[in-house]
Design a protein around this ligand. Structure first.
Ligand code: HEC
Ligand code: HEC
Length: 294
């Protein structure tokens, strides 16, 4: 019957669609993005970080990288780096937000926690030539960003977005390259969330004693572990790169264990005490101590 009266049919269809729209798209504004979601520790961008963010958009990094850790356990495990899932309060200064939906590359919401080095040595190497760090990577090389940063709009951008800045912040832009800016942005991403930055090591420290006396039996497993978590910074043959060479070491096994579990974050060595268990760390220690031959 109804379908024979197009006007009434259109009106009713419109009403039904609007109910769905209201429930899923308008009503939620009542309970999300409120002041209560604000996270005091989340800071606005500095001029250098903001320039980096603009280059990130200009280069379309967001076509391959998302910036949101979903609430799924797998997502938190892979991309949370101790910060858990993304909260709305983390994005108050992101205009526009860069959540994205394509993940050709990994999520970058907490990339600053993954590579804690404030100077971003790993990023520089990776940005200039991703395949030199991750051989199977299909990320394009961005070595061309090693060119002077255009700062003519920097102050206006800060004013427009109402971000606080000091003359010293603007001064810091002098002589910087586009690469410096994008690295400053990467290093900041995700580091403001009020969490234990790396998570406490799973094991008690100092660790008991290395259960593996000789490398022989565990070498293959140790190398698999090494290639997965360490090679990108210490070189594919442990010859050293962003981090020092790991072929033999004068340090005690307990010291090596502690460095791997706790990291030396200020110098760019991430902590692996949550990602790896005790056995895995001992295997790596054994490889570093005894594997001098390759
Ligand atoms: C064609 C898709 C693509 C584009 C465009 C791209 N990336 Fe990537 N990116 C990847 C892939 C794939 C990886 C994983 C392999 C690797 O580490 O190189 C990756 C890895 C990364 C990582 C390391 C992530 C980690 O967890 O170790 C960073 C940081 C990164 N990209 C930043 C950028 C930035 C900044 C840009 C823009 C200037 C960019 N990417 C553009 C595909 C891309
Ligand atoms: C993001 C880069 C990065 C990754 C990934 C990384 N390291 Fe490091 N590592 C460093 C840097 C940088 C240093 C130097 C720290 C310093 O100078 O205090 C270092 C130092 C070390 C040291 C101390 C070396 C010494 O004699 O001073 C050990 C041992 C070590 N790393 C082991 C590992 C192991 C094992 C893995 C993998 C589970 C790993 N690292 C992954 C960057 C990295």
């Amino acid at each position: 019957m109804l379908e024979k009266n197009p006007v009434i049919f259109i009106i009713l269809a419109f009403v039904v669609i609007m109910i769905g729209t209201t429930v899923t798209m308008i009503a939620p504004f009542k309970w999300i993005n409120s002041e209560a979601d604000r996270i005091a520790e989340v800071k606005p961008y500095t001029p250098l970080q903001l320039e980096g963010r603009d280059i990130y958009m200009r280069e379309g990094c967001n076509n391959c990288h998302s910036q949101t850790v979903r609430t799924l356990a797998a997502d938190i495990e892979r991309y949370g780096y101790g910060g858990g899932n993304s909260k709305s309060g983390e994005f108050v200064y992101d205009r526009p937000h860069l959540w994205g939906s394509r993940r050709t590359g990994p999520d970058l919401a907490r990339i600053g926690l993954k590579y804690p080095d404030p100077k971003g040595a790993w990023h520089r190497k990776h940005m200039e030539n991703p395949q030199a760090v991750v051989p199977a990577s299909n990320m394009p090389a961005y070595a061309f960003l090693n060119r002077p940063l255009d700062t003519s709009y920097s102050e206006r951008k800060m004013k427009l977005l109402k971000f606080p800045y000091t003359p010293a912040d603007l001064n810091e832009l002098k002589g910087k390259t586009e690469m410096d800016a994008i690295i400053a942005y990467m290093v900041k991403l995700g580091t403001d969330v009020p969490v234990k930055k790396t998570g406490a090591p799973k094991m008690a420290l100092p660790a008991a004693e290395n259960p593996f006396k000789s490398l022989g039996a565990i070498k293959t497993e140790a190398i698999v572990l090494y290639n997965k978590d360490c090679a990108s910074c210490h070189g594919d043959k442990r010859q050293g790169s962003v981090g020092p060479a790991l072929r033999g070491s004068a340090r005690t096994e307990a010291d090596l264990f502690a460095i791997i579990a706790k990291g030396v974050e200020a110098n760019g060595m991430p902590a692996f005490g949550t990602a790896l268990d005790e056995k895995a760390i001992w295997k790596l220690v054994t490889l570093i101590k005894q594997g001098k031959d390759e």
